[in-house]
Design a binder for this molecule. Structure first.
Ligand code: SF4
Ligand code: SF4
Length: 164
């Protein structure tokens, strides 16, 4: 299933027109009636999708790292927060503190995360499809669908739902 979704996503990810068409039925007001169903679609897709066959978020999007994240990760690595920050963090064009390299320096060869238990909250939450905020973030999803095949599958299923 994972490979099949990834292959379908590859045909769409760089096609703005097709993404636009896919997102067209997404009307906030209509989606509000489907929040439990959206949550269950998110759960179903991630239950069967193997992120270790993808890792595209870890290779393409440097995650935001909050002060709390830094403290936790630094403690895990046995370094000071300052040392962690100097070695791994930078400020991006939006003024956010992010990991300073892409692919992420914590990504291992087998696509596992070296700091999985203490990874930044942004990594835990990506692609932000797991809660009621889903419908507040439609613009964000339109961007993230280019990076995340699981989100592509979720959007496809919700799109069918929103037409009902
Ligand atoms: S891009 Fe999406 S599907 Fe791929 S590893 Fe990240 S969360 Fe999983
Ligand atoms: S910290 Fe881990 S989960 Fe987050 S981008 Fe890096 S490798 Fe991926």
């Amino acid at each position: 299933m994972t490979r099949d979704i990834i292959n379908k996503w590859k045909n769409v990810r760089n096609n703005s027109q097709r993404i636009k068409i896919l997102m067209k039925p997404f009307v906030k007001q209509k989606l509000k009636n489907h929040i439990p169903a959206i949550e269950s679609i998110h759960t179903d897709v991630f239950k069967s999708f193997d992120c270790l066959q993808c890792a595209n978020c870890c290779t393409s999007i440097p995650p935001i790292v909050s002060s709390r994240d830094s403290k936790r990760i630094a403690a895990h690595l046995g370094v000071s927060k300052k040392q962690f920050s100097e070695k791994y963090l930078t400020t991006d064009n939006d003024g956010d503190t992010v990991i300073n390299a892409s692919p992420c320096p914590f990504l291992e060869d087998d696509n596992r995360c070296k700091i999985y238990e203490v990874r930044p909250s942004a990594c835990r939450q990506y692609p932000h499809s797991g809660d009621y905020q889903f419908i507040e973030n439609l613009n964000l999803h339109q961007q993230n669908i280019r990076y995340c095949p699981a989100l592509f599958e979720i959007i496809k299923r919700i799109s069918i739902l929103s037409k009902q």
